[in-house]
Design a binder for this molecule. Structure first.
Ligand SMILES: [Zn+2]
Ligand SMILES: [Zn+2]
Ligand SMILES: [Zn+2]
Length: 95
């Protein structure tokens, strides 16, 4: 466990808990949802046509996302390319 990012996060509530922020605007669909633990952006996963979660990571420079799927509890750091523990402060925001 070497990720220096996850312990510095101050998680915020999901901005669009009903789905992917960009897909909701364009009327597109998604497969799974990911939550940015830096700013609360909700984006769609890499199996979705538009991959907004990964695009957000690179555009915004926010490295850590968590699964926003019901019952799933895992987080991933893109910068370190490793799974990281879900911070306790994030858990109330997950589904
Ligand atoms: Zn990291
Ligand atoms: Zn999307
Ligand atoms: Zn973000």
């Amino acid at each position: 466990m070497s990720c220096p990012h996850v312990s510095t996060l101050a998680p915020v509530a999901p901005r669009t808990p009903q789905g992917c922020e960009e897909c909701l605007k364009t009327g597109s669909g998604w497969v799974h949802l990911r939550l940015c633990l830096t700013c609360g952006h909700v984006g769609c996963c890499d199996s979705s046509p538009n991959r907004h979660a990964t695009k957000h990571v690179h555009k915004a420079g926010h490295p850590v996302v968590a699964s926003f799927e019901p019952g799933e509890r895992w987080a991933w750091c893109y910068a370190d390319e490793e799974e990281v523990p879900v911070p306790a402060a994030v858990k109330p925001y997950l589904r």
